[in-house]
Design a binder for this molecule. Structure first.
Ligand code: SF4
Length: 656
């Protein structure tokens, strides 16, 4: 019996109805850890290159991380993987909550689903096995109703991940929702699930993966958890006001506040979650404003930003919300107008429906977010799609039938809410036009509209500007799942959790304008984060002290890995993801929009005068990871070091 994992995954074929459990050898976990790493390995083995992302050949994986369900702090996350219908390449969407631990508690390390059912079904999994159930009665329901209906059938203890109407209608901006609003949102994987006629996956179990050394595991956790066993500092509630007073001066001096002592970061997360400092990020230039055309402090000043930040956002929270095994509980539960339970909006949604659209009405922002959650839509992509529509209308690029459908204006809350609803319902006209994202929407318009379509490789850009932090831009352009803020450094304000890995590689994180150094930082962080993601841990923990993830892994499995070996595993996972894209004929570097690169440098703000040298960043990233810059494939020496000789690798080029 292995320790730390079950060594089993469920393979479902919706076309034939077969549900089969297969053994996964320990070697696979040693090479990939589980989670998204295992997903990359299995998809490369079992997903035919060129398979239609919306067809039966696509394989969707639901993968808790190796530590998910072990009780390790912050280990409640899971990953959905598949070929992305939005980008055409590696698709990956990460979510917290309670679904991942419940899936692990069924005695499985993952579920892989291929084929296409001939009628709507949902998949029910418990400790005894898996069955497909008729979902015709719940097809068309929003996610809250779907969860409720399935729990009535499968039991109140069941955890349900489902698509809403947007996924059923194969909107390429749709995700997979659980816990009434937690969403594996990115890469359009909800559309892939809807195309399979799969409404939901419901899981119910009570098992815990065995640990090699429960005492060591507990001791490491206890030591780390001391950070969370203090009384909150009264300073936490005063910091937003203090920062607000100081910000204009800091901005003028070009100083960016760092995240501060771990204790204060914990207190801030507990009180405000990701809504902490929305106004600060706008003021400093991290948040895009007016579809990336605005300058935060000038166009959306603090007096407006504060309406979407800190105390304003938590005012209606009735109790905290925590993912399983989380000592921080950064989320909040509110009540909607009918008294129904809702999760409060997080930073990405606040920014995407706020300054991006020049809207400061929190009530409307919350309602837009709720429409997205219920329909199962990615709120980042929807905000960017609405911003695109507003700019297109302003500049006269829309054909008359779209321009006259709604009075599209910046900051017009009721119109914006109506437009979000039309996208969610995929209504003919504006709704249908925007439902598959800005890259496709811009195809119908004059060529100049393409500059306003803010995406990387087809995926809408998140709410952290690459110009503000070039590591983030590097992740948008270079990660095999492009346009995601979780691929590299965003949200990881402090680099201390990576310190040991930078030292290992003889690297010192860099000054802002040193683009080759940025590429190297990005590559090292990408490798560490791929290992970290495959353990099922939350990125926010990386801002709260130094979570001992290597020690947890060793205590859980009985392995004796050191940092260098863990780094090599993460590097291998990143290489596997690049190989996946190369097989699909995708370039390893996607162009970023000129506004994001700063091709016409801004004249004011913290990013004034800055233009990103993406070629320098990319060259250094590929060199650090030993990948071919033209194909993304590992160079022969890299393939040998990572044990990937069986995978396609770059052909050595003849010497000149
Ligand atoms: S910090 Fe927030 S997102 Fe992360 S595990 Fe805790 S509750 Fe979930």
């Amino acid at each position: 019996m292995p320790n730390g994992f079950w060594g089993k995954a469920l393979f479902v074929d919706l076309t034939t109805g077969e549900c089969r459990i297969e053994a996964i050898p320990e070697e696979s976990f040693r090479r990939t850890l589980g989670g998204c790493g295992l997903g990359a390995q299995i998809l490369l083995e079992r997903l035919e290159p060129g398979a239609d992302p919306l067809g039966p050949g696509n394989v969707l994986g639901f993968l808790p991380g190796l530590l998910t369900g072990t009780g390790a702090p912050f280990s409640g996350r899971f990953m959905v993987v598949g070929r992305s219908p939005l980008t055409g390449g590696w698709g990956e969407a990460n979510a917290g909550g309670h679904f991942g631990p419940a899936l692990r508690a069924t005695g499985l390390d993952g579920v892989f689903i291929r084929g296409q059912a001939d009628r709507p079904v949902y998949l029910e999994i418990d400790e005894g096995g898996a069955q497909l159930r008729d979902a015709r009665a719940i097809w068309g329901l929003g996610v809250s109703q779907t969860e409720k209906a399935i729990r009535q059938e499968a039991g109140a203890a069941a955890r349900v991940a489902c698509v809403g109407p947007a996924g059923e209608q194969q909107s390429l901006l749709s995700g997979i929702v659980h816990d009434g609003g937690r969403i594996a949102a990115r890469c359009g994987l909800g559309a892939a699930m809807g195309a399979k006629n799969l409404k939901a996956v419901a899981v119910r179990g009570d098992l815990r993966p065995p640990l090699a050394s429960p005492q060591a595991f507990r001791a490491v956790s206890d030591d780390y958890l001391r950070l969370f066993r203090r009384k909150s500092s009264p300073l936490a509630s005063r910091i937003p006001r203090i920062l607000t007073a100081l910000l204009p001066l800091l901005r003028r001096l070009g100083i960016r506040p760092s995240s501060g002592p771990a204790e204060l970061v914990v207190d801030s997360f507990r009180r405000y979650g990701t809504a902490a400092g929305t106004s600060m990020l706008i003021e400093l230039g991290d948040t895009p404003v007016r579809n990336w055309q605005g300058v935060g402090y000038r166009d959306f000043p603090l007096s407006r930003g504060e309406r979407l930040s800190d105390e304003a956002v938590i005012r209606d929270v009735v109790r905290p919300y925590a993912c399983r095994a989380c000592p921080a509980a950064c989320g909040g539960i509110t009540h909607g107008p009918d008294g129904e339970r809702r999760l409060r909006a997080e930073y990405e949604s606040l920014a995407a429906f706020g300054p991006l659209l020049m809207l400061d009405d929190l009530e409307i922002v919350n309602r837009c977010n709720h429409v997205c959650n219920e329909a199962g839509l990615d709120s980042i992509s929807i905000g960017v799609a609405v911003a695109f529509a507003l700019e297109c209308n302003e500049k006269g690029w829309l054909p008359a039938e779209l321009a006259t459908e709604l009075p599209l204006r910046w900051g017009d809350g009721p119109t914006i809410l109506e437009l979000v609803g039309r996208i969610a319902r995929r209504e003919p006209g504006l709704g249908e036009w925007l439902a598959d994202g800005v890259a496709r929407a811009s195809g119908f318009l004059p060529p100049e509209a393409k500059a306003a379509a803010m995406h990387a490789g087809g995926q809408e850009l998140p709410m952290h500007r690459g110009l503000y932090e070039p590591n983030v831009a590097a992740g948008y352009a270079l990660d095999p799942a492009p346009g995601r803020h979780t691929s590299t450094a965003s949200g990881v304000a402090g680099l201390s959790a990576f310190r040991r890995y930078f030292e290992l590689q003889g690297h010192r994180p860099d000054g802002r304008g040193d683009f080759p150094a940025k590429g190297r930082t990005t590559a090292i962080m990408a490798a560490v984060l791929r290992a970290y993601d495959s353990l099922g841990l939350c990125h926010f923990a990386l801002q709260m002290g130094e979570p001992p993830f290597l020690e947890w892994l060793n205590a859980a499995t009985g392995w004796d890995l050191d940092e260098s070996e863990l780094y090599t595993i993460g590097w291998r996972i990143q290489a596997l993801r690049h190989i996946f894209n190369s097989r699909e004929g995708l370039p390893p570097l996607v162009p970023l929009p000129a506004r994001e690169r700063g091709d016409s440098p801004q004249r004011s703000g913290t990013t004034a005068g800055l233009t990103l040298d993406m070629d320098a960043i990319a060259a250094s990233y590929f060199a650090t990871l030993g990948l071919d810059p033209l194909s993304g494939l590992p160079l022969p020496e890299t393939a040998r070091r990572l044990g990937l000789e069986e995978e396609p690798s770059a052909r050595p080029r003849p010497a000149r």
